[in-house]
Design a binder for this molecule. Structure first.
Ligand code: MN
Length: 231
């Protein structure tokens, strides 16, 4: 029997480590929330009124785990760090009610929504999508997932990012404009959520540019830290 030449063995699914476990969390999709901290919305030139949350996507293949260096993308001269709480879903669904949302969460991690700020600014000006600014190779560094069965569901916690040891970002999960249950509820009106989905929940103020050789450390109290070097 002749197989069409485009048929290949399926690649292994992308997965992320689970803290203190040999288990892996298989990733389905990556959703991201824009402008979820008032001070960051202001630094990007927006009024942080409580308009509905908006979303964009990255690709599962964009994930890099701790210990993997991120190549500086060739199409930018302004690669930015955005340290964020990442929510990992263990259950999916549509039209999930906010009061039911946390039961869909498998766990939490610290992640970086790496962003080509100059490319994003051009896209905004031209009213074009953000794909090239947000969903490029290695744009989604993420630390180990801490199961909610261990951690609970944190509604507060200090979130920081340093570059080469110098403070850059600081915020608290309590300052999110849209809470995790509200984000899941909104997202599930637009998308059929599935086990394995990751949600980057937005970044606090202090985003800034990275250079080759820089080391970013992002951390959320109680969830862990993630070190990423840029090469
Ligand atoms: Mn972000």
């Amino acid at each position: 029997m002749t197989e069409p030449s485009y048929v290949v063995t399926p690649p292994p699914r992308v997965s992320v480590g689970v803290r203190d476990s040999s288990a892996r969390f298989p990733v389905h999709r990556i959703y991201c929330v824009g402008r979820n901290y008032a001070a960051h919305a202001r630094e990007m030139g927006h009024d942080p009124d409580r308009e509905p949350p908006f979303f964009f996507l990255k690709n599962p293949d964009d994930i890099v785990e701790a210990g993997t260096a991120v190549p500086y993308p060739s199409q930018t001269s302004d690669l930015h760090h955005e340290a964020e709480l990442v929510v990992a879903l263990g259950e999916g669904g549509s039209d999930i009610a906010p009061e039911d949302a946390l039961s869909h969460v498998y766990g939490y991690a610290i992640g970086l929504d790496l962003t080509l700020r100059d490319v994003q600014a051009e896209a905004k000006k031209a009213a074009r999508p953000w794909a090239t600014a947000k969903a490029f190779a290695a744009s989604a560094p993420i630390g180990d997932i801490v199961p909610a069965s261990v951690l609970g569901h944190p509604a507060s916690g200090r979130l920081t990012a340093t570059v080469n040891g110098q403070p850059r970002q600081e915020g608290d999960l309590a300052d999110m404009i849209w809470s995790v249950p509200e984000i899941i509820a909104h997202l599930s009106r637009w998308f059929v959520l599935a086990p394995g989905d990751l949600i980057f929940t937005g970044t606090p103020a202090g985003v800034g540019g990275l250079e080759r050789g820089d080391v970013v450390v992002a951390e959320i109290d109680g969830i862990g830290s993630l070190e990423v070097s840029i090469r």
